[in-house]
Write a protein that binds this ligand. Sequence first.
Ligand code: PLP
Length: 410
Amino acid sequence: MTRSFQSETDALARSLNESGLGFATRAIHHGYDPAGFSNAVQPPVFLTSTYGFESVAANEAAAALGGRLYAREYNPTTEILEQRLANLEGAEAGLVVSSGMAAFGTLILSLLSQGDELIVHRTLYANTLAMVEQAVPRFGIKAVAVDLSDPHNLDAAITERTRLVFFETPVNPLSRILDIAAIAERAHARGVKVAVDSTFGSPALQRPLEHGADIVLHSLTKYINGHGDALGGAILGDAQTLRTLHETGLRYITGAALSPMSAFLILRGLKTLTLRMERHSATALAVAQALEAHPAVTWVSYPFLDSHPDRVTARKQMSQGSGMLAFGLHAGFEGARRMMDRLNLITRAVSLGDADSLIYHPGSLTRARQPIRKDAHLADGVGEDLMRLSVGLEDANDLIADLRQALDAF
Ligand code: PLP
């Protein structure tokens, strides 16, 4: 059963690739043939922790396939998700894990060793930053923060010990854009691999491998699932690296397997990714323009606004701007708190990429954490006034009206 399913899905994956089907079609169909699963149109959820074999030889054959013996390393539902995501990103292979942080942890702890160096962009998602600053050095890996908004800065930072350059684009929470092709070119010239966290963009809007990156990471919790009801992470790239990540990283370094139920939910969310990203992007642009026109607002950062410093790079590597924007008020830190408390429709919450619009103020949460975590601080480049808005799928007019009524009170 295991092997026949595998050969069927492999054959289907090849045929979809070769048939030149569009992105939206592949987001719905790639890697799954109902004929292999009792004609179930939706992928079944395989809730099993282990697999039984008809003979010792069959058991050995499964082991030779990369340890398809136990659910930490293998599950048919999660495998469909891996194949589909790899196809959508244009990667040879994929690995899904239990969260976006698990994806970053699996990547770093599998590919880097004591004495190696990791280069990161100076602004990162807060918990990736915490891992880079606090955990990575404990394993003897040196992490070097560089401003990659000028790719020339890489030249002085790369040493013979540098193994990986890692950055997000769009960057959380600023929605600045880093030039994937320019960074990859400079890194590759020195023999260094590049990994891009593309969570803010999703493969519907940008595919970093097409611009020269070697590895792509996602928090599946965000746009790819899109409904705020599951955690997940993914790593996509070449088959050899992914084999290492799977057979060492997932199997015995992190053990951070994705629940098959979450894989099912994420596969369901993925079916509407193309439509959702179009709507998120169109609404976010309208919201960004409305915010920019309001006198209480000092600045707005949205990649497809004419005022955005990286608008040229954004248009080069993204088809639309996504639903993420950041802004600040003349009234600064305290103003952000007051304005957010006046919102009626937009939800005050961390996370992003959901159907519901979510707003978050890193400055106040960082201050609130400092009594319990003294080293908590904002990422480089993030001001205390910054509010991050994840524009959802509600009507643009309703979102703009909610923001206006909250801003008009200033
Ligand atoms: N990468 C980015 C850009 C994120 O915004 C996040 C979470 O907000 C993560 C990674 C971590 O993902 P997760 O929350 O699924 O662990």
